[in-house]
Write a protein that binds this ligand. Sequence first.
Ligand code: GSH
Length: 220
Amino acid sequence: MTVTITAFESSPDRGRGLARDMPVRWALEEVGQPYDVRLLSFAGMKAPAHLARHPFGQIPTYEEGDLVLFESGAIVLHIAERHAGLLPVDADARARAIAWIFAALGSVEPPIVDRTIAVLMEGDRPWSEARLPLVEDRIRGVLDRLSGRLGHADWLDGAFSAGDLLMVSVLRRLGSSGLLDDYPNLAAYVARGEARPAFKRAFAAQLAVFTASQQSAPNI
Ligand SMILES: N[C@@H](CCC(=O)N[C@@H](CS)C(=O)NCC(=O)O)C(=O)O
């Protein structure tokens, strides 16, 4: 059955693959499921047709026949449950991999997104300079624990899973912040994720959208 996802028509991160269509693309590539992409402008995301797919008017969404899903975590979990390769077969190991999905999105991502907001949207506020170190301390608190848990392992719990896919996706958002520099095992973990052929295909696909939109932009 044809799968269609939604993504930004014009990537705000200039093709760095930080938008949340990226983990969905990556999961689809990992399991070998082809997909179509419906590109949306910011106005298109808030139009009734898209609000019917996504209550908050955001990307990504996922359509497969009559099934319409939103939330990148729910979409990746759905893909992992329908196809082999992203969740262990053993029931307990599977439950733990799903716990890592929730950990990535519920425990690790919030302070990281908070930092992005602090830098990009609140940087001009008088209290911003005093607040940023507090936000970064909260990120370090989470990274300390995550780094300790990962130790020298390749992945968080045995073989690569949807939990790793989302954890790597979340950690990538730290980008040039320098916060991963103190955690060589986490930096190597992210690099390991990015080295996967499925990641590379997904990254190239989202970058191609950005490159094409740049070429079609008027030269002013
Ligand atoms: N928790 C949601 C967050 C979705 C989200 O924040 N999407 C962003 C792109 S990464 C978006 O659509 N931003 C535009 C907007 O909110 O208007 C998920 O994981 O899917």
